[in-house]
Design a protein around this ligand. Structure first.
Ligand code: GLC
Length: 675
């Protein structure tokens, strides 16, 4: 672009900016005027005229103060936001509307949340502390409904958890919900789970206990029952333009050439034919999940209003579901396009202006080079947190092969990233485990991609001789031969098999392995997240097969209801539940009391000269910790050169010389340097 043209553009932008600011001002004028009207009535009643006037003046000053905060934040981000918006939409009046609405949402945000915003603005690193521990669950499975969750907050505290991810709870059609990821109304809670008021009460109760609340923001698509989709289906062009509609197969056919399938078995293809209106609609996921068209600024604006509405309910962490998919372009894979980053960056800015205490968690289940760009840059950040998905998959590869080489390599990659990047670490979540491993490296060691995936799937189904795992395949694709895997952590560690066979020695080993994996997960750089039920070693739930709405989706095998009866055993160290719960509690206590677990700590891997033993070092402000993890069912010896001086094992309190460490099967150590 020539310099002259650049100046022209800058001048035009300035003009537009002023127009938008005026519009935002107009919005500002609206609210206080309304309030004043209400109070005039009170004055008329002549209860206490002077007091009334004083209160009014105080209120006005407070409002002005608030407006000032908003203005300052807007001012800080306005030019960039406007630039990005114009780049995508070149639509002045829609940008002005966005600014106006942002102000409205800011004014509607309650005082408690505003206080949280300012506190967290001052302490931007608040979520990087070593006490952060997450737990995710479906509300109905965990406690029936929102009120039930509120009544279980003590249990959550006992789990040392200070962040809960409430799996999708917004209105969704029964039987066509994809586990709630097909939202019919972004401002309504599923009736069986409660109401928006219940959500307000739950988030407030959580905040009182220092617990953060996370929810999904499913922005790639809506349910076919969403008001927009229904209007589109009636042929309303304005609403049709919010989705991708085609009256012939021509364009869909072109898309299909370059766009991979998400659910090749349960929902093949990326389009659905709607017989009643003679159109195809884009459906990357299930046929009842219609992809939103973010080329339409109305979609972007309204979805941002939904985001702010939900943030104002007291949500601390917004999980942006399926974020790589939100922009579609012919002749591309429709994944991770540049416009997606523009949208996420705008969302981050909008959050910083209205609700800076809210974090964005991106769901990017892809290879590392595609995940990392969602952090944005240090100057222009996008998501605050991302899932450490490749590490998760590589962990299970390590379990199956008893060889830590690939995992060590993977951890080295993650540890080499800037410390501003915060990963969520987990052993499993509500979704399947896809075998997205570094096949380039595996190839050099003689592992073929297809055969290795086959091996892992066989292994975790329990077919391979040395496997103790139980679980099921997910979306086995007959064309590519690919399949993913589902199972709870406990079942994959052998707790289900050992329980079924009443084999005590095997159970002992399985529990140790489960605890070892958690101990290793806690050592990773980032924030650990548990799946509810894993803390008591809950196994697979096969009852989903009896429910016609769930039977075709094997992910339900690891989304079973929390077994509160078994949870009662958590205090009894002779039970599986007790061993798991207390074992985890000990690790959690260590993690939250040792500052070396801060996200900012240096983290690195250390050679052990034994392929089955992983060693991780952490260092922070003069303190050093070495973690050792035996991924095999045999006793091993780890040789560590780096371990200088004296160490104490934090689990037993005994002194340890970490040079040649004898490791029991699936054993682990947390060794802290004391001199
Ligand atoms: C995300 C969710 C998954 C859901 C999909 C479609 O990947 O984790 O459960 O099926 O999005 O919304």
């Amino acid at each position: 672009m020539g310099k002259g043209k650049m100046n022209q553009k800058a001048a035009a932008l300035k003009e537009q900016t002023e127009a938008a600011q005026k519009s935002a001002q107009a919005g500002k004028a609206g609210k206080p005027a309304q309030k004043k009207g209400g109070r005039t009535a009170a004055d008329k009643a002549a209860v206490a005229e002077t007091t009334g006037r004083k209160a009014e003046a105080a209120d006005r000053t407070a409002d002005e103060g608030l407006t000032k905060i908003f203005e300052e934040r807007l001012h800080r981000h306005h030019d960039e936001l406007r630039w990005l918006y114009m780049e995508l939409y070149e639509n002045d009046s829609m940008f002005a509307e966005l600014c106006d609405q942002m102000y409205q949402f800011y004014m509607e945000r309650n005082d408690e949340l505003k206080k949280l915003d300012t506190n967290r603005e001052k302490d931007k690193e608040w979520y990087k502390k070593n006490d952060m521990l997450g737990m995710m669950f479906y509300i109905d499975n965990f406690a029936g409904n929102m009120k039930g969750v509120q009544s279980r907050l003590d249990y959550i505290e006992q789990c040392n958890v200070n962040y809960i991810h409430l799996m999708p709870f917004l209105d969704t059609p029964e039987g066509r919900s994809d586990g709630g990821y097909a939202v019919a109304d972004f401002r309504k809670v599923q009736e069986k789970l409660g109401s928006m008021e219940d959500l307000d009460a739950l988030t407030a109760a959580c905040h009182k206990k220092g617990i953060n609340v996370c929810m999904d923001f499913v922005m790639n698509h809506t349910s076919e029952d969403h008001e927009w989709a229904q209007k589109a289906r009636q042929g309303d062009g304005e609403y049709m333009s919010r989705y991708f509609f085609y009256d012939s197969w021509d364009i869909p056919a072109q898309y299909e050439k370059t766009v991979p399938q998400v659910f090749p078995t349960t929902a093949p293809g990326n389009f659905t034919w709607l017989e009643d209106i003679g159109h195809y609609v884009m459906t990357s996921f299930y046929p009842y999940q219609w992809d939103l068209n973010y080329r339409n600024p109305r979609v972007f604006n309204d979805m941002m209003y939904n985001f702010l509405y939900l943030a104002n309910r007291g949500i601390d962490i917004i999980r942006i579901d399926a974020v790589p998919y939100i922009w579609k372009e012919l002749n591309t894979p429709c994944r991770n396009l540049q416009q997606v980053h523009t949208i996420v960056r705008m969302m981050r800015i909008i959050g910083e202006i209205i609700c800076p205490s809210v974090l964005l968690l991106g769901e990017v289940v892809m290879e590392p080079e595609k995940v990392v760009p969602y952090f944005g840059s240090v100057e222009k950040p996008e998501c605050h947190m991302l899932y450490n998905v490749t590490t998760m998959a590589t962990t299970w590869h390590t379990v199956a092969t008893r060889n830590v080489k690939l995992l060590k390599r993977q951890l080295d990659i993650v540890n080499g990233l800037p410390k501003e990047y915060v990963f969520l670490n987990y052993l499993r979540c509500h979704d399947d485990i896809g075998w997205g491993l570094d096949y380039g490296t595996l190839q050099t060691e003689g592992f073929g991609e297809r055969s290795h995936k086959q091996y892992l799937n066989d292994y975790f189904q329990g077919y391979a001789g040395e496997s103790t795992s139980r679980g099921e395949l997910y979306n086995a694709d007959p064309v590519t031969g690919d399949a993913r895997f589902c199972g709870t952590t406990a079942s994959m560690c052998g707790i289900e098999k050992a329980g079924f066979e009443q084999d005590e020695a095997a159970m002992e080993r399985a529990v140790r392995m489960d605890l070892m994996l958690h101990a290793y997960m806690f050592m990773q750089s980032g924030i650990p997240v548990l799946y509810s039920g894993d803390e008591i070693g809950q196994v697979n739930d096969y009852t989903y097969k009896e429910d016609p709405n769930k039977a075709a989706d094997s992910r339900y095998i690891h989304r079973g209801a929390m077994n509160w009866k078994l949870a009662e055993n958590r205090k009894d160290p002779d039970t599986v539940e007790g061993k798991m719960f207390q074992g985890l509690a000990q690790l959690e206590q260590i993690r939250r009391s040792e500052k070396v677990f801060m996200t900012e700590a240096d983290t690195w891997t250390i050679e052990t000269w034994d392929d089955a033993v992983l060693c991780i070092g952490r260092y922070f402000e003069g303190e050093k910790l070495i973690g050792l993890f035996n991924f095999s069912e045999y006793d091993r010896t780890a040789w560590i050169k780096e371990a200088d001086g004296e160490y104490v094992d934090l689990l037993t309190g005994s002194k340890i010389q970490p040079v040649d460490v004898q490791m029991p099967a699936y054993g682990f150590f947390y060794m802290k340097k004391i001199s």
